[in-house]
Ligand binder design. Structure first.
Ligand code: NAP
Length: 508
């Protein structure tokens, strides 16, 4: 890494330190390179890049957003094999991006962030990494993703289980479920992909369902050779297809955010899908949700419902309450003997950053700052934490469209911020607290009118029921709000700096 300066006491100095090498971290790295910044590093705790697409390797893992949209706008892939491509292909796409944009030498794989602390005397982040290295960075970009910390239910007896048990996002590479009796706990996006994929080899599958999800047809299909060739040879067709997908998904925001009464139509579609897929009326009754669609993420699947009618698959329409040496005990006390347990129980979406990890001005811990709920300005900037940008931070996840679109908008904004700092000769930029507070007050007001606030519990809400994860409207609105860096919303300050070529010299 030729352009990283050795600082005092073995500390290495970079202009920008990125935490996480998933879609967000890689997008930031690519954009930095494109503006001529070479002096940056990406810390990634996993052995490889890919973020969620490296971590989630469970059978059946695929994206439920169409691949031609769930990919970088500047790095199209005409060769997606399916409308909804499987995990290995998405992971491969991200690895290709690393080579294509020459990111490899900026990566520190297998290295996690131990602590980032803002040094007020130098207007820099002092970052300690798990390999013992210490970094100093003007800008810190935290791109660790909202869905990266598995959430395991606190079921009594969980550690006593004698068989194999693991979280869906920590699927052991060598596990063989053939002929085994398996319990799957949870019925979210992960579980509905896992159950059809394991039902054929497993002796039995017991699926513990606390709340049924709304499920619509997925209509996945292979993208044939002719179509792929067309996408490759006529980029306009590919772009048009991507735009159509975007508009199709964006229109869902009308239902979720503008006119929640329309969820009745979605419910009709969901019930029809259930009727067509499941013949047994008793099973159908157990699978029908009693809350408006969208309140929890609407799932897409063509094979989940039919799988539940297999002889070796049993739906237990109850929460798991306890684990013993060899059973899962349901809320009604009934015990099911199993050899393996899959916890498809989701992620700590509302509190993905542990205490002590990010410490801002005056020793303020980010988790302390977020004691009453995570919040940020535009999901990226937090007062008290200068020169820090979060990607996929509070209230920027989506219930209706591709998060890659949001990530690109955020990275564009961060690059604009760097340009503004360079032009102002500023070494510190920090969002004004009153701007941040007004932004969040407005967001919460809007969110209270959406379907996500209507009578269900989901990972969108924190313990107090406040929605701290989702963006409340159209993504196009977010895009417009991130086109320019709104300098008046921030405080700038300067101190003499060492490096002449500060934060890149090319325009963003
Ligand atoms: P999730 O949606 O949070 O689902 C967790 C499930 O565990 C819920 O059904 C929950 O029930 C259940 N659960 C928790 N404790 C339980 C207990 N004691 N007994 C029975 N059930 C219990 O998690 P996820 O499925 O991993 O999905 C999380 C998010 O990741 C998705 O919403 C999506 O954004 C993303 N994801 C995307 C894809 C994709 O295709 N792009 C695939 C997988 C995941 P309750 O509903 O009652 O809380």
């Amino acid at each position: 890494m030729d352009r990283i300066d050795e600082g005092s006491g073995g500390e290495r100095r970079v202009e920008c330190l990125i935490v996480g090498a998933g879609f967000g971290g890689l997008c930031t790295a690519i954009r930095l390179k494109q503006r001529g910044v070479e002096n940056f590093v990406v810390l990634e705790q996993a052995r490889d890049v890919g973020g969620t697409w490296e971590a989630n390797t469970y059978p059946g893992c695929a994206c439920d957003v169409q691949s031609h949209l769930y990919s970088f706008s500047f790095e199209p892939n005409p060769d997606w094999s399916r409308v909804f491509s499987p995990q290995p292909e998405i992971w491969e796409y991200l690895r290709r991006c690393v080579e294509r944009y020459g990111l490899r030498r900026h990566l520190r794989l297998g290295t996690s962030l131990s602590q980032a602390r803002f040094d007020e005397g130098a207007d820099e982040w002092r970052v300690a990494a798990s390999d013992g290295s210490i970094w100093r960075a003007r800008i810190l970009v935290v791109a660790t993703g909202g869905l990266s910390v598995p959430s395991l239910p606190s079921l009594p007896g969980r550690e006593r289980f004698a068989g194999e048990s693991f979280h869906s996002a920590r699927w052991p590479a060598d596990v063989d479920l053939s002929g085994r009796r398996v319990a799957v706990i949870g019925t979210g996006a992960s579980a509905i992909q896992i159950v059809p994929a394991i039902a054929e080899q497993a002796a039995t599958v017991h699926l513990f369902q606390r709340t049924p999800p709304w499920i619509l047809p997925r209509r996945d299909r292979r993208i044939g050779r002719t179509e792929r060739r067309l996408f490759r040879r006529v980029p306009l067709v590919r772009r048009f297809y991507r735009a159509l997908l975007y508009l199709q998904l964006e229109s869902r925001a009308v239902v979720f955010t503008v006119w929640p009464a329309l969820t009745r139509l979605v419910a009709m579609m969901g019930r029809r899908h259930l009727r067509r897929s499941v013949a047994d009326p008793a099973l159908r009754a157990r699978l029908e949700p009693d809350y408006p669609p969208g309140c929890k993420r609407v799932l897409l699947s063509d094979d989940f419902y039919p799988t539940l009618e297999r002889d070796n698959v049993t739906l237990v329409p109850l929460a798991a309450r306890e684990i013993t040496r060899n059973t899962v005990v349901a809320a009604d006390g009934s015990a099911t003997e199993v050899d393996a347990i899959v916890y498809a129980t989701g992620f700590r979406a509302t509190s993905p950053i542990p205490p002590g990890l990010i410490v801002g001005r005056s020793g303020l811990d980010l988790t302390e700052r977020w004691r009453d709920g995570a919040e940020a300005y535009k999901g990226m900037a937090v007062s008290g934490f200068p020169n820090l940008f979060l990607l996929m931070g509070p209230n920027t996840a989506l219930g209706h469209n591709s998060v890659v679109f949001m990530i690109e908008a955020q990275v564009h904004y961060v690059m604009r911020a760097l340009t503004a700092m360079r032009e102002a000769g500023a070494t510190r930029v920090e969002v004004r607290p009153e701007v941040e507070a007004a932004w969040n007050e407005r967001l919460q007001r809007r969110l209270s009118r959406t379907v996500w606030s209507r009578g269900c519990r989901s990972w969108y809400q924190d313990e107090r029921g406040r929605i701290v994860t989702l963006w409340p409207g159209f993504t196009v609105e977010y895009w417009l709000r991130t086109r320019r860096f709104d300098a008046p919303s921030y405080e700038f300050s300067s101190r003499p700096i060492r490096a002449a070529a500060f934060l890149g010299s090319r325009a963003a």
